[in-house]
Design a protein. Structure first.
Lengths: 428, 472
């Protein structure tokens, strides 16, 4: 970014329009008010006071931005769209607050005593198998499909629905670490647990832990950690995000060499804590944060057993655009013998999940998702699984696949590597 | 705009596809040239040719002007509407209707993005050649309106050479077809007349294009020079040797610096005064032979280094840098005036010197990135509009550059069109009688001049206008 861009991240925009085809909402509507360039016009007008937070047209189109930042890597002038959006949303939040549904959802994520029991209930409901059975294309069915998609779809047999109990969640393991005996030479990794990941995607945390240990890392648990605050930050509630961030910074102080995150959305904000809080502690924490794929790719990862599967990779926006991590997840997947990796056209485009966006704006979220699902359905050979390193994407794509009646599951890349290690006898 | 008209338009396209709130209209006040700004009265986004037809027929009945718009990447203020006009945005009409590999034709709706078309035809070994630098975003409909060019038009011709048939909605709302799918016009070449008419003759709702086979072999070379003059002379030397490269592009030091600072950094040497991008294509033997000649010509004319792209990825990188160059100008200053003019190739060395003189005399930042092979210049003036003294200087510098190009035997636009940006320069290359004739042609299609009003033809310069006002 140029020096002008640091002060005013939107200043370098020369209105060339090269961002239009990279914007999922513009592709869905063809409306320039739903394009990055159009929104930059709106954000500048808001900043200059020409349009206010009470302007329904302005609010509608700024709210409709997914925040995927797919426009950033195609911008020749390096416009800081994400920063500009953050400032605009903060301003809107201060002036008009949030719609009731958003306020309720974000309120839940502020307090563990609220979200833990709620997600525990959801897990019980998931275990009944009802969400999977009733999943469909209508609004309620799609929501159930999202919940069903949080269950592990990774099994060695090709039919879906066997995920439950196929493997116990925690197993003793015989890893590189276990055989070595000398723990001091191994880099230490603190696991960031998060909220949705910790409750609905516990199996991914287990896989994360096992694969890290199998690759020579020592995994530590850190108590006192809370939700990362990304959802609040995206909604413009900077104070709530800062409060959560401060708790995490205190919890993770001097905890390990690295902090591993297996949710791209959380990782993007954790890496940005330095900017959010501006303290030495937050900067020190942010510098240690790595996506799980980065940590594994840094050391190989070591190869496991064969996994004969057709898998389509879908890049989470907050990994590829916000964190600029492109190759690490692919390196991880390519380390799995037998796995046939396909990168479908449009796999680098947002799925429409975008945090709580799919709850607040279900119609646009579905319009954005439809193209992706159509692309997956048309792929030859048709993938068995779609893999992506972010819980929102897994839920959104998983629900979309069910709504389209496709027998294609979803999985986090680390689950596949874990399965490969299991098949290869790396675990006891 | 009357509420009854807005309501009636909403009934045609569906209320969801109509925009009339101030904030929404603000996002349509400019195209790719942010120095020309105007709020449209209302924006409609039709999905089908039938809807376009109904909208235009309604506007004919109530005598309201309209402007067609694709992706809004144009650079002459052509796709911008005044408050009394309806802006018809065609981005939703984005279907590729047919690809016919046997006859090498594709039939598309106007909102299809240029680059998507070549992607769709590549599996058949075919391409749609005209490749404006904005091809990743701009639409085929907009290309037809502007008769768009692009780097590869040096060898293959501009948009008009690749359009064989058009379905158009005329300004009175009637639909007609121009040209024929075989490519042979019946009678006068009406396709040729329509392409490049900048939205004054109606709206193309279906476009049949000619596809070309992908070349057997492609060689892309990058040469760098320590003076702009030497690079300009090398351009003429290549053409004089009887070689027509697929593309022959120049970028000067300021432009290279902006590109190399961007994510499209292509490895252009930042210490060079100018770089040339030369692409040869065709049969392998011929390309190899021509490449040898080109390399020695470049070296004779003082190229410091000449390197060839070794892989398709390397080649794509060299091109991405060139094609995104104009978008990278935001790295120099927040505002940009992109110019477009043409001079005879032999005049290039002198005109580049003259542009440098103009730059110095006004104390401006000008970077040059252009289609050197056909003498099509794009001086980019970077400025910051918050500086109160700068607007006048930018305007005067543009005027002086245009005057210099016209004096050198050139023209005021190569490919961006006249739109509203160049309208004041029209009398510098056309006399009143010629402008009057243009206006007469316009009125054949559109007697009330409601289609893209106020663009291209300066009324005050027309003879009949003068007569009516008793000027003379």
């Amino acid at each position: 970014m140029t020096s002008t861009a640091a002060a005013d991240p939107l200043a370098p925009c020369v209105h060339c329009g090269f961002c239009l085809p990279a914007c999922p909402t513009y592709l869905a509507t063809g409306d320039e008010a739903d394009s990055p360039r159009g929104r930059i016009v709106l954000m500048r007008a808001l900043e200059r006071g020409e349009l206010g937070s009470g302007d329904a047209g302005l609010v509608q189109h700024l709210d409709a931005c997914l925040g995927c930042r797919g426009c950033e890597p195609v911008c020749p002038s390096g416009v800081g769209y994400g920063r500009g959006l953050e400032m605009a949303r903060e301003r809107l939040f201060q002036e008009r607050g949030l719609p009731p549904l958003a306020r309720a959802v974000l309120g839940v994520f502020r307090h563990q005593w609220l979200w833990r029991p709620l997600f525990a209930l959801a897990r019980v409901f998931r275990a009944t198998g009802i969400p999977g059975l009733l999943a469909g294309g209508a609004r309620a069915g799609f929501g159930l499909g999202m919940l069903a998609a949080t269950r592990s779809d990774v099994t060695l047999t090709p039919s879906r629905g066997r995920g439950k109990g196929a493997y116990p969640e925690a197993r003793p393991l015989r890893s590189a670490l276990g055989n070595n005996g000398d723990n001091t030479t191994h880099p230490t990794v603190a696991l960031f647990r998060g909220c949705v990941m910790d409750t609905l995607f516990g199996h991914v945390h287990h896989a994360t832990r096992r694969t890290l240990e199998a690759n020579g890392y020592r995994v530590l648990e850190v108590s006192g950690q809370v939700c990362c605050g990304a959802l609040h930050q995206h909604a413009g509630d900077r104070e709530a995000a800062r409060a959560l961030a401060a708790e995490n910074v205190a919890a993770f102080a001097a905890s390990a060499d690295y902090i591993a995150v297996n949710s791209a959305g959380c990782g993007a904000l954790l890496k940005d804590y330095g900017h959010l809080l501006g303290t030495a502690g937050s900067q020190a924490m942010a510098a240690k944060v790595r996506d799980i794929s980065e940590l594994l790719a840094d050391v190989g990862p070591r190869a496991g057993g064969r996994l004969e599967l057709d898998v389509a990779y879908d890049a989470p926006c907050h990994l590829q655009h916000a964190q600029r991590v492109h190759q690490a997840p692919l390196a991880l997947l390519r380390a799995i013998p037998g796995l046939r990796l396909d990168i479908l056209p449009g796999s680098d485009r947002c799925c429409g999940s975008a945090g709580i966006y799919s709850l607040l704006r279900p119609d646009m979220a579905r319009a954005v998702l439809d193209d992706k699902i159509a692309g997956i359905a048309a792929a030859a050979p048709r993938p068995r699984l779609v893999t992506s390193g972010n819980p929102g994407c897994l839920m959104q794509i998983g629900a979309g696949l069910r709504a389209a009646g496709l027998d294609i599951g979803v999985a986090h890349p680390v689950e596949l590597l874990d399965q490969s290690y299991r098949a290869g006898g790396l675990y006891q | 705009m009357k509420p009854e008209l807005i309501e009636a338009l909403g009934r045609i396209v569906g209320p969801r596809w109509l925009r009339h709130r101030r904030a929404e209209l603000a996002t349509y006040t400019m195209d790719g040239l942010p120095t020309r700004e105007s709020y449209p009265g209302v924006v409609v986004m039709p999905k089908t040719a039938g809807e376009v037809c109904e909208v235009v027929r309604l506007l004919h009945l109530v005598d309201v002007p309209f402007v067609a718009r694709g992706a809004g990447t144009g650079l002459s203020g052509g796709a911008v509407a005044d408050p009394d006009a309806v802006l018809i945005a065609l981005g939703r009409m984005n279907r590729i209707l047919q690809v016919d590999p046997c006859r090498r034709r594709a039939r598309v709706e106007p909102g299809v993005v240029n680059a998507r078309l070549s992607e769709a035809t590549a599996p058949h070994g075919l391409q749609y050649v005209p490749d404006p630098s904005s091809q990743a975003a701009c639409t085929v409909g907009g290309n037809v309106a502007e008769n768009a060019g692009g780097p590869h038009c040096l060898k293959y011709g501009v948009t008009t050479n690749h359009i064989v048939e058009l379905e158009v909605v005329l300004p009175d709302g009637s639909t007609t077809r121009l040209g024929s799918r075989q490519g042979e016009p019946w009678g006068p070449d009406l396709v040729g007349l329509f392409v490049g008419s900048e939205g004054m003759f109606g709206i193309a709702t279906e476009i049949t294009v000619r596809l070309e086979p992908l070349p057997e072999s492609v060689r892309t070379m990058l040469a760098d020079f320590s003076t702009v003059r030497a690079a300009s002379q090398a351009v003429s030397a290549i053409i004089a040797a009887g070689i027509v490269p697929a593309a022959l592009e120049m970028m000067d030091r300021a432009c290279v610096a902006a590109v190399e600072a961007s994510i499209y950094a292509a490895g252009y040497p930042t210490d060079a005064a100018a770089v040339l991008l030369v692409e040869l294509d065709g049969q392998t033997d011929a390309v190899e032979a021509e490449a040898k000649t080109v390399v020695s010509l470049l070296q004779e004319r003082g190229a410091r280094t000449v390197r060839s792209a070794s892989t398709p990825a390397d080649r794509a990188r060299l091109w991405q840098g060139r094609k995104k160059a104009f978008g990278a100008m935001g790295r120099i200053a927040p505002d940009l005036a992109v110019q477009d003019a043409v001079v005879p190739r032999s005049a290039l060395p002198d005109i580049m010197d003259r542009i440098e003189e103009i730059r110095l005399s006004y104390g401006l930042t000008i970077s040059n990135v252009f289609h050197a092979g056909d003498g099509n210049l794009h001086p980019n003036i970077s400025f910051d509009r918050r500086d109160p003294n700068v607007a006048g200087r930018v305007h005067d510098a543009c005027r002086d550059i245009m005057a210099a190009c016209v004096a050198a035997g050139g023209s005021i636009t190569g490919e961006h069109g006249v739109g509203s940006d160049k309208i004041d320069y029209m009398p510098s290359i056309f006399d009143a009688e010629t402008l009057g004739a243009m206006r007469a042609v316009r009125r054949v299609f559109d007697p009330a001049e409601r289609a893209n009003p106020g663009k291209v033809i300066p009324l005050h310069a027309c003879r009949e206008w003068r007569a009516a006002r008793g000027v003379r």
